[in-house]
Write a protein that binds this ligand. Structure first.
Ligand code: TYD
Length: 207
């Protein structure tokens, strides 16, 4: 089925919130409805992004907050130009695992960097491209951490305090941009969460 335009949907939430599982389920559901979609993620879905991801998630020495922020933004700029914009032109539904709100939640609320400045920098990295819809999968931090398990990357290894700040950051963002961001209660089972996810995306796409 040919859509009139492309749609850009982002999946957000703290580590272990279950957004990636939902993204996979939605992609399959769109396929069943013959809707062309692109599954993509940040950081690391371009050639340059793969190198940046390796540094971001596995660099073992301390990383300055500003350096961390700029690396995520560099990945994003590349991602928007070479993957997201072309897919939008092709009228695809883009299912993107993390985007600008991750930087506000993690580097802003989590690390304590100035969120207004991050907004400004996000805007430069994306050329102002905003998602049509953002789903924030909200789950209690203790549950989320259990889901992550023991094999943790650099960000996941931060303490509970950090993860709680990230979660609250997302909820603040949802309050600030209610027209764009929908919060989905991800404390429930996969099927229940999927039914809310499908409802939100179905409404956007008129399905
Ligand atoms: P990833 O393994 O892709 O985790 P997830 O499946 O939870 O998305 O790792 C991405 C990590 O990078 C995750 O801990 C969140 C973090 N992150 C930021 O801190 N800022 C950002 O701008 C982005 C895009 C991700």
């Amino acid at each position: 089925m040919e859509l009139k335009k492309g749609y850009f949907i982002t999946f957000e939430g703290a580590d272990g919130c279950g957004k990636t599982t939902q993204l996979e389920l939605i992609s399959r559901w769109l396929e069943e409805n013959s809707i062309d979609n692109l599954k993509t993620l940040e950081p690391g879905d371009t050639g340059l992004g793969k190198s940046l991801r390796q540094i971001l998630l596995h660099y073992e020495k301390p990383v300055a907050n500003a350096a961390e922020t700029f690396l995520y933004l560099a990945d994003r700029a590349q991602h928007v130009k070479y993957l997201i914009q072309p897919a939008l032109k092709d009228k695809k539904v883009i299912l993107c695992d993390r985007y600008t709100d991750s930087t506000v939640a993690y580097q802003g609320y989590g690390r304590g960097e100035d969120t207004e400045r991050i907004n400004y920098l996000n805007n430069i990295a994306t050329g102002g491209l905003e998602p049509d819809l953002t789903l924030v999968f909200d789950v209690q931090s203790e549950t989320a951490q259990k889901r992550v398990g023991k094999d943790k990357d650099r960000l996941e290894s931060e303490g509970m305090d950090f993860h709680k700040k990230v979660r609250l950051g997302y909820l603040e963002l949802a309050k600030k941009y209610p027209h764009r961001i929908k919060v989905i209660d991800a404390n429930r089972g996969i099927e229940e969460v999927f039914s809310s996810t499908k409802e939100a995306i179905g409404e956007l796409l008129n399905l």
